[in-house]
Every structure is written in C-alpha cells, then in structure tokens.
Write a protein that binds this ligand. Structure first.
Ligand SMILES: NC(=O)c1ccc[n+]([C@@H]2O[C@H](COP(=O)([O-])OP(=O)(O)OC[C@H]3O[C@@H](n4cnc5c(N)ncnc54)[C@H](O)[C@@H]3O)[C@@H](O)[C@H]2O)c1
Length: 255
C-alpha cells in the first residue's frame, strides 16, 4: 500500500536518530510532508536532506516551550497545516531508585514527560489553528507498562506518558476537536539508545543477546517495526482509535 498518509503534514521529534528517523522516512514514503525536528540540529538537517523535498528540518529541544511555539508556527507557515505530531524524543538512564540522583530523575522526566506534555499542548494548538482532525502519537515503552529494577526514572516517565495520552485523548474527544491521541509501547529496538543499554554488559553484542532473550519472539526489533505502528496511527485507518496503547513488543508484556 502507498499513500496511506497522502496530503498530511507530520512533525516528528527526536528525528535525527533511531525510531524518529525511521518514522519520518516512512511517513514521507507514504505521502506525508514531514518536519524533521531534533535538539541535534545538524542531525535533523542531514535526515531531512536525505528525504528530499517533502521534508524540512527544525531545531527543537522538546523541553523548551518557546521552541515549540516557534517551530509549530513555522511548520504551519511552511506547509500550511499540521495533521500529525509524533512525540518521540526520549532519553534513558539505567539506574535504580537508590543510585539515581534527583538531577538525573529531573533530566529524564524533563525530556520524556515535560517534552511530551508540551508536544501535546502545542500539537493541539497547531491542529486547531488549521482545522485539522489530527493524530498525536506518543512514544512510550514497554517500560511504561511494566517495571524494570534499574530504570526508575525511565519507567516513571514512560508510565506518565501512557496516562497523559489518555487524558489528552479524552479532553480532545470531549471538546469535539476530532484530534486523537495514542501511545506506542516498543520493546528493545535496534537504535543507538539500545546500544547504550547493551554496552552496560561490557560487550555490546553479548548485551544485545541478553536483551533478545527477554523477548519471547527471540530477537530485538527493527526501527521500521515501530514506524509501521506510527504510520497506522497517523493515517485515517486508525480513525476509531484514541486513548489506546499500541504495544509492539514481541510478546514481552504478555507474560
Ligand atoms: N530503542 C528502543 O529500544 C526503545 C524502546 C522503547 C521506547 N523507546 C523510545 O523511543 C524513542 C526514540 O528512541 P531511540 O531508540 O530512537 O533513541 P535514540 O537515542 O536513537 O534517538 C533519540 C533522539 O532524541 C533526541 N533527543 C534527545 N533529547 C531531546 C530533546 N530534549 N529534544 C529533542 N530531541 C531530543 C536525540 O538527539 C536523538 O536524536 C524514545 O522516546 C525512547 O524512549 C525506544
């Protein structure tokens, strides 16, 4: 199938790398014009350049509200509309509750939770401004559904994303905006973030093999496994879905 999001305009955060980069590419392939955003400005620029004329890049640190204000305004001015916002930017610190500092706790929540809050807020503003019946897609994690002993701040922030998503969905439904909001819950996927996690085992390959053993399907996912979920939620195929959790985890949370 092609053209599943034809005519739509999507903004993706954290799109210089990993899942955001894959989602931006698939959205373009399926007919959308895409605002590739990241706090890593050169990285976002490179990704947009590789995607051709349907993509443009912006520097956007999701923790900074003035940047959200400016970027959403500029995307509307550039593309004329805003139909999809993928709140993907995220960070992880692999520490348990005893070893985590308050500063680290706040840093993880500022990106993973404050950033998604601001993303939802400004997505609604931009979508209402152009009359779009839009779709907000929040990238949570399996760690937003079940706990992990050494992921105290990450689990807390991703669990927060899960319920913030439901609140946003119900608010938009109640107001009759026609704007939907859903969360996506990936298991371990092959990206630089997982390389970081795997390297804690000393050897990245051994670390990845260990992570793969935690997944019933027996292997780590590919970024496109999540991009397919994003395209589905971005498209009108999912028009009856809001406040839902799309779990893409190879069976991880089925146990
Ligand atoms: N890879 C996985 O296994 C996995 C599993 C579950 C959930 N996730 C989630 O998926 C999302 C993407 O992760 P990834 O694996 O692609 O990671 P990644 O590290 O490859 O990419 C994250 C991107 O976010 C950007 N970023 C970080 N802080 C930012 C900020 N304040 N403002 C804007 N951009 C910022 C980084 O520059 C980077 O380009 C994250 O929310 C992550 O928690 C990943």
């Amino acid at each position: 199938m092609a053209g599943r999001v034809e005519g739509k305009v999507a903004l993706v955060t954290g799109a210089a790398s990993g899942l955001g980069k894959a989602a931006a590419a698939m959205l373009v392939r399926e007919g959308a014009r895409v605002a590739v955003t990241d706090r890593n400005e050169p990285g976002a620029k490179d990704v947009a350049a590789a995607l051709g004329g349907a993509a443009r890049s912006w520097k956007l640190d999701v923790t900074q509200e003035p940047e959200w204000q400016r970027v959403v305004d500029e995307v509307l001015a550039t593309f004329g509309r805003l139909d999809v916002v993928v709140n993907n930017a995220g960070v992880g610190i692999a520490k348990d509750v005893e070893s985590l500092s308050l500063e680290e706790w706040r840093f993880v929540h500022s990106v993973n939770l404050d950033g998604v809050f601001l993303g939802c807020k400004h997505a609604i503003r931009g979508m209402r401004q152009c009359g779009a019946k839009g779709s907000i897609i929040n990238i949570s994690s399996v760690a937003g559904l079940v706990g992990g002993d050494n992921l105290a701040a990450y689990c807390s922030s991703k669990g927060g994303v899960r319920l913030l998503t439901k609140s946003v969905a119900l608010h938009c439904a109640r107001k009759g905006y026609g704007i939907r909001c859903n969360s996506v819950h990936p298991t371990f996927i092959e990206t630089p973030m997982v390389d970081g996690l795997a390297s804690l085992a000393g050897d990245v390959a051994a670390g990845k093999a260990k992570l793969a053993r935690m997944i019933p399907l027996g292997h780590i996912g590919e970024p496109d496994d999540i991009a397919y979920a994003v395209v589905y939620l971005a498209s009108d195929e999912s028009k009856m879905m809001t406040g839902s959790e799309l779990v893409v985890d190879g069976g991880t949370t089925a146990m």
